[in-house]
Design a protein. Sequence first.
Length: 149
Amino acid sequence: MTDTTSPKGRTSTPVPPVRDAEPASDPLHKIRVDVSANYVGEQSKPDEGHYAFSYTITIRNEGQVPARLLTRHWVITDANGKVKEVRGEGVVGEQPYLLPGQGFRYSSGAVLETPVGAMQGSYQMLADDGSHFDAPIAPFTLAMPGLLH
């Protein structure tokens, strides 16, 4: 597993647990995506509408065919309903190749203009058998501590 973590010296506060995306029902092409998100107070400026969050994603190939993560698609929504879509190649500069049973972990971040928001999306995968398929990322909450119960 590759683990890319935030620079040292940052403290982050856990937010409520998030539900994991259910892997696709196709037994050959099953990618599980688990997410953990945190509010990053020392990088946030609430009085300026700047709320920083970090998240760690674990991607695991639970299928029967090796697959490569080609691209990502994120939909980020803040509490005002402002939606930002992000598309790009790979994750953190990599396009991980996952054998069955293998995982990949990385950390990244997002900045919102509100203290609460949500992210969801998908990874576009290419299996060794030539199949293209999506690995869904279930919606997860980004929230400043103490705002949600």
